[in-house]
Design a protein around this ligand. Structure first.
Ligand code: PLP
Length: 353
């Protein structure tokens, strides 16, 4: 079997290109008179000063994240949401109109969108009807131009965990490229992350995000964890100051408050079980799929009509009924107790036309 060789996976011109060298790259000291970046030395239009460019490599943030995730700072890439590394990993490895990626629908939509933006062929190997990997088909569809396989666990929009052994089988059988394991919802599950396994698998990148359990969706902070050489290459092609100063500061000042995250997970998981209990009583609910995330995929007798009825009442859920293997299904995020109560009351009052 092919041995993993990063040099063969990365687009050749990226290996040799000279990255932009920012002012904050060239002088990394914190003291001095800074006349090197054309900033406004007088301050900012805002009450707080944001006039200086932020740390391009977010060293302090990575030190803290590494501590929480039990990995090395050099294994971490930070992005403007995890959507940024999704796009960068594709750009790093896939030659437009030549290479291909494998995605496993129904799954998170950005893998497909980013591949399309970059003009990269997509091979779609649907999940099984139990929303698990069709490992044999995935392995059979790998060809010499396949660079990436995206696996989302817990999966969006279905909510379930993907069987770990099946993921391991894909990792073992795909040494010619990279398996991206998107763990955006891992905080809500008891499943161990793949981050501690990274030293065993050079061909794996793990994605996580501060947008979900940490409640920081608006700050846009996503993480990619991987081998040091891979992370260096992602840093080479990113925008120089991709994580803004406000985000870095908010993280540094608050990341110690990990209890908030754990409490949120506990409450939202309890709320999820209550919503399931109530949904089960409704005659229009055909199936509630098992979820290890902060949302539920629910199959209704007439999803589209219920979706529109809820919108009229200003309750907005996600219509997934046109998505493969999600016929007549809506994806419902778990809200506060009050929000869930309103949702359930509305569904109780729903009358089919
Ligand atoms: C599976 C999955 N991955 C990644 C993301 C992107 O998260 P963000 O860009 O906010 O970090 C989402 C957002 O919904 C998601 O569901």
């Amino acid at each position: 079997m092919t041995k993993f060789n990063l040099q063969n996976i990365v687009r050749q011109h990226i290996l040799t290109l000279a990255p932009y060298s920012s002012a904050r790259d060239e002088y990394t000291g914190k003291e001095g008179i800074f006349l090197d970046a054309n900033e406004n030395p007088l301050g900012s239009v805002t009450p707080e000063d944001w006039n200086r460019y932020p740390d391009p490599y977010q060293s302090d943030s990575k030190d803290k994240i590494a501590f929480i995730k039990s990995c090395r700072p050099s294994q971490i890439f930070l992005g403007n949401g995890s959507d940024e590394p999704i796009d960068l990993i594709i750009r790093l490895t896939c030659e437009p109109k030549e290479d291909n990626i494998i995605i496993l629908p129904p799954t998170y939509g950005m893998y497909e969108v980013s591949a399309n933006v970059n003009n990269i062929e997509i091979q779609k190997i649907p999940l099984t009807t139990e929303y698990q990997l069709d490992t044999e088909k995935i392995i059979a569809s790998i060809n010499s131009k396949t660079k990436l396989i995206f696996i989302c666990s817990p999966n969006n929009p279905t909510g379930n965990l993907i069987d770990r052994k099946a993921i391991l089988k894909i990792i073992e059988n795909f040494q010619q490229g990279i398996v991206i394991i998107d763990e955006a919802y891992n905080d809500f599950s008891d499943e161990p992350s793949f981050i501690p396994e990274l030293d065993n698998f050079q061909n794996v990148i793990v994605l996580q995000t501060f947008s979900k359990a940490w409640g920081l969706a608006s700050l846009r902070l996503g993480m990619a964890f991987g081998g040091e050489e891979l992370i260096k290459l992602l840093n080479k092609i990113k925008y120089p100051y991709n994580i803004n100063g406000l985000t870095q500061r908010a993280l540094l000042e608050n990341i110690h408050n990990i209890d908030f995250m754990h409490d949120s997970v506990k409450k939202l998981n309890q709320n999820r079980e209550k919503v399931i209990f109530e949904l089960k009583k409704l005659p229009y609910v055909l199936n509630i799929y098992p979820s290890d995330a902060n949302f539920l995929l629910v199959k209704f007798t007439e999803a589209k009509k219920i979706f529109e009825y809820l919108i009229q009442q200003k309750v907005i859920v996600r219509d997934r009924s046109k998505v493969i293997l999600c016929d007549d299904s809506l994806r419902i995020s778990i809200g506060t107790e009050e929000e869930n109560h309103i949702l359930i009351n509305l569904l109780n009052q729903y009358k089919p036309l």
